[in-house]
Design a protein around this ligand. Sequence first.
Ligand code: NAD
Length: 325
Amino acid sequence: MQTRLTEMLGIQHPIIQGGMQWVGLAELASAVSNAGGLGIITGLTQPTPEDLFKEIARCREMTDKPFGVNLTILPTIKPVPYEEYALAIIDSGIKIVETAGRNPEPFLPGFKAAGITVIHKCTSIRHSLKAEKIGCDMVSVDGFECAGHPGEDDVTNLILLPLAAKRLKIPFIASGGLGDGRGLAAALAMGAEGINMGTRFMVTKEAPIHAKVKQAMVDASELDTSLIYRSLSNTARVFKNSVAQKVVEIESKPGATKFEDIQSLVAGVKGRELFDGGDLDNGIWSAGMIVGLIDDIPSCEELVHRIVADAEQIIGERLRQILPV
Ligand code: NAD
């Protein structure tokens, strides 16, 4: 498959592994890149900009294919020195950056001067148009199905992607609810140049998280995610465990919720412990509705090849047969 995404990034298959806090380490990013997709290291998973620089070097030892770095700009418990992380990315020679969350405009001059291709993740058309206007090279259109932060509009990809095709001049990829060949074929049909997957890549052999977390996502249905932080206008879709349900309960009490009321439950460090130790009720973790379609734990190579083969079969055979000869 050749699309503007594969051409612009110099990759074989139109599949990106999006940034994921605590999951986007060199092991996973290099496995996805070696499989012909684009792996992405999650910047803020590294405790300091120096550690990010080292993680990028570690990834280079594990793959000679292109890979990128994610920089997410959202509220955090501890202040983040974003400028220093951006400099570490530039100094490391990385050529592809996925930005997410708030407006990435302050970082664009530095990234552009370094010849970096910037893909901004957007949960709405207005944000996508803004990303195009400020000079992003591509957008990752993130539908309501997605893991992590879907924004506050609750519009799914069946609407967002055709809207993006109608309104944007820059290329876009589909993100949220993607995890199989049907999804890739559908995304291409709706005008996307490829797909971005997070949750699906968490359930692979190489994802650096506990086997119990992977199995919980294999066992889950499409109903097993919860939306938290709705009351704080920082909505996040997470796996529906007892902690997520407790947070929803606290938020539904009369009166305004303060972040302090839930901070001890949702702190990122608790999620990291959960990923390391496999105690599924230690904290929260991001997961998308795609968990309902995940039922195995393949290698990244098996997964990428299966998705591409299934999409090719759908496009080349099933859809072709629908047209009269
Ligand atoms: P953290 O421990 O600092 O915070 C935990 C969670 O609480 C995060 O989701 C954060 O957005 C939220 N939060 C923190 N302060 C808040 C406030 N004052 N009001 C509302 N919500 C608040 O974060 P972390 O787990 O170390 O993650 C670091 C960064 O990565 C955060 O910006 C986080 O949102 C982001 N992240 C993004 C995704 C994604 O889907 N792109 C997934 C996981 C984490």
